[in-house]
Write a protein that binds this ligand. Structure first.
Ligand SMILES: CC(C)(COP(=O)(O)OP(=O)(O)OC[C@H]1O[C@@H](n2cnc3c(N)ncnc32)[C@H](O[C@H]2O[C@H](COP(=O)(O)OP(=O)(O)OP(=O)(O)O)[C@@H](O)[C@H]2O)[C@@H]1O)[C@@H](O)C(=O)NCCC(=O)NCCS
Ligand SMILES: Nc1ncnc2[nH]cnc12
Length: 276
């Protein structure tokens, strides 16, 4: 399967960009509530080494997702998620095996996996792989996902499913069905206002200020989500530096709040910014 994706030097290597984005997100420091080079954030069950192990396990699958998209490029978009899901679940299993059962990147696999799949699909259709084209493709592939998987659901076991029922929040599913609208509208237009680590920290603050992160809700309820959104918005309004981010890190750790969904979308934002 690995040889399927024609090595087209003019087309970007989205799986490679996605793997790099996961590493850059992990190493960004300080990163309020999240695992970074300095501490484990609000997590008892994961650290820098475990997340690195998780990224190593996930990385080969990113190319698999792109190859599946390439192989089925001429099948209707509505059929694609069904084709992709088994590989996505297999990748989740590889992550859980590598982490001894800790959920490190379930959301990251979902969002970045769809981006890689969409890149392969565009390449198979002979179309240019741009940030806009990728987001439109992901939205097309995921059309109806929220209605199919969250509305009128009888059983509900995951955080995302619970929160749709309790608060109407659509989580990762809503974000991909919108074609990463939070990233496109709240982050990318401001990407070049900062450089280096500040560019990623600025993007993360913008995500935390607006992303309805299901991890924050599952850990701290709607009050927890609002607390982080308001705190991030205040820093964006008044200005921030590493000392302010370190203080926010301490505040989130004291409340056991972790914006894991925003960490995933930060990696998505970096990939899309690299292609814009
Ligand atoms: C489609 C699914 C992936 C949906 O799963 P679920 O029903 O659980 O839905 P969500 O809760 O909405 O999202 C799951 C993860 O996505 C991240 N996330 C949360 N909010 C958003 C958002 N608004 N936009 C985008 N992404 C979002 C988040 O993942 C990150 O956090 C996790 C680590 O944090 P932690 O708090 O430690 O999480 P837990 O361990 O669960 O809590 P504790 O026990 O520690 O307290 C980590 O996953 C990060 O990535 C959400 O957790 C799924 O149902 C599915 O179908 N999967 C199959 C795969 C597939 O279909 N793939 C296709 C493409 S390859
Ligand atoms: N750096 C990080 N810390 C905690 N959870 C995460 N999920 C994705 N990246 C993460």
């Amino acid at each position: 399967m690995a040889g399927l994706l024609a090595i087209n030097a003019t087309e970007p290597d989205v799986p490679g960009l996605a793997a790099l984005a996961l590493l850059l997100e992990l190493d960004l420091t300080p990163k309020p509530g999240l695992v970074d080079r300095a501490n484990n954030g609000s997590h008892q069950d994961m650290d820098h080494a475990l997340l690195l192990t998780s990224i190593t396990a996930i990385t080969p699958w990113l190319t698999v997702f792109a190859n599946i998209g390439f192989e089925h490029a001429h099948h209707p978009a509505a059929e694609q998620l069904r084709l992709l899901r088994p590989a996505g679940i297999a990748c989740e299993q590889a992550m859980f095996t590598a982490t001894s059962g800790v959920n490190t990147h379930k959301g990251g696999i979902f969002s970045l996996g769809l981006l890689c799949f969409a890149a392969g699909r565009l390449q198979g259709q002979g179309r240019r792989v741009s940030a806009d084209a990728l987001c439109r493709q992901v939205s097309e592939i995921c059309r109806g996902l929220v209605a199919r998987e969250l509305v009128n659901r009888k059983t509900c076991c995951t955080a995302g499913e619970q929160q749709f029922r309790d608060y109407g929040l659509t989580g990762a599913r809503g974000e991909v069905e919108s074609g990463f609208a939070t990233v496109r509208n709240r982050v990318l237009p401001f990407w070049h206002l900062e450089q280096g680590e500040r560019q990623l920290q600025h993007a993360l603050l913008r995500l935390m200020a607006s992303n309805p992160d299901s991890n924050l809700v599952s850990r701290g309820g709607e009050a927890g989500l609002r607390y982080v959104q308001r705190y991030a918005a205040m820093l964006l309004a008044t200005g921030w530096d590493n000392a302010a981010l370190h203080q926010m890190d301490q505040a989130l750790m004291a409340r056991r709040l972790s914006p894991g969904g925003s960490a995933d979308l930060l990696a998505v934002a970096w990939v899309l910014a690299a292609l814009a």
